[in-house]
Ligand binder design. Structure first.
Ligand SMILES: NC(=O)c1ccc[n+]([C@@H]2O[C@H](COP(=O)([O-])OP(=O)(O)OC[C@H]3O[C@@H](n4cnc5c(N)ncnc54)[C@H](OP(=O)(O)O)[C@@H]3O)[C@@H](O)[C@H]2O)c1
Length: 283
């Protein structure tokens, strides 16, 4: 079996490459090798490679940047996603589109299931949701995987930001009134492989088990990394004041996944501990 991964230079893209390395032929294309916004190139490259499955991990992920670059966000996250799904469909390949918890409004009080009503608010959220819609329109073998709060090796992410800030300051103010679930890209990539190999197409949530606020996440990062002498204080999203609105509560329940493949996803602190162990071994 042959998988083609787009956005392969990103945090998830790298882990996808590794997750499929054994037993699969992998064509991993970075942005420089394939721009998903260019329909002609996408159609040509996918037709040439003739994979059985295409996984689209390419996206414009700068959530605040999307607010001022609306067309750019739509071009990559919506049209780009459709291009990949349509190119896969044209050769009879299955498609996996990676989506986000941001499709939900965030005013729930319990974890979101796959069939809960969406309510995307930011430009990023709307572009990703439109990506879901367009992919469904063009692909007959589509798996949408919604995930959240990703971190992984070699990427810009919250874990790295906290560790950097902790080396520069002795007090950090972190948002305490937004809740989600941190997810290691490794677990997500391996879960995507299982979905491709063992499940039927559909919409699935795949994020770490459990939930926390950004404040609690930061505390756990420092604790597991053995950082001492840094005080973490909770602040509010309103006080932090970022350009893009973010859901206050967007914990995902991996409901469809559990009913299909069982309850194999790890608790988020276990994922984080592994990431930090690997990170410190590499440094
Ligand atoms: N990060 C999160 O917390 C999070 C949460 C939920 C869902 N997701 C979704 O998970 C997926 C993977 O995200 P990630 O966290 O791995 O983000 P990432 O590290 O930013 O990776 C995205 C990759 O896509 C590439 N890209 C951007 N525009 C492209 C284009 N036009 N054509 C081809 N590639 C392009 C980027 O390249 P450049 O770096 O060169 O721009 C980058 O390598 C995305 O679909 C994202 O929306 C992420």
């Amino acid at each position: 079996m042959h998988v083609l991964v787009t956005g392969a230079g990103g945090m998830l893209g790298r882990e996808l490459k590794a997750a499929f390395a054994e037993g699969w032929q992998v064509t991993a294309l970075s942005r420089a090798e394939l721009d998903v916004a260019r329909w002609g190139d996408v159609r040509e490259r996918v037709a040439e490679a003739r994979p059985d499955v295409v996984v689209n991990s390419a996206a414009f992920t700068d959530v605040d940047g999307c607010e001022s670059r609306v067309d750019h966000a739509m071009q990559i996250n919506a049209i780009g996603a459709k291009n990949v799904a349509a190119a896969a469909e044209a050769i009879g390949a299955a498609c996996v589109q990676v989506s986000t918890d941001f499709v939900f409004r965030g005013d729930a009080h319990e974890p979101y299931c796959e069939n809960d009503p969406v309510g995307p608010e930011s430009v990023y959220a709307r572009s990703k949701y439109w990506g879901e819609v367009l992919c469904r329109e063009v692909s007959s073998k589509l798996t949408i995987v919604r995930t959240q709060w990703l971190y992984g090796h070699g990427g810009k992410n919250f874990v790295e930001t906290i560790l950097r800030l902790a080396s520069e300051r002795d007090e950090l103010s972190i948002v305490g009134d937004q809740f989600g679930c941190p997810t290691f890209c490794r677990d997500l990539a391996q879960g995507i492989r299982r979905l491709v190999e063992e499940a039927t197409p559909g919409t699935y949530h795949l994020s770490g088990r459990g939930s926390c606020s950004w404040f609690e996440f930061a505390q756990r990062i420092l604790e597991l990394a053995g950082v001492t002498g840094v005080t973490v204080k909770p602040t509010t999203a309103a006080a932090f004041g970022r350009p893009a609105p973010r859901p206050a509560y967007s914990v995902l329940r991996n409901y469809h996944l559990e009913l299909t493949l069982g309850d194999f996803v790890r608790e988020w602190p276990e994922m984080l501990a592994e990431y930090l162990r690997e990170r410190s071994a590499a440094n």
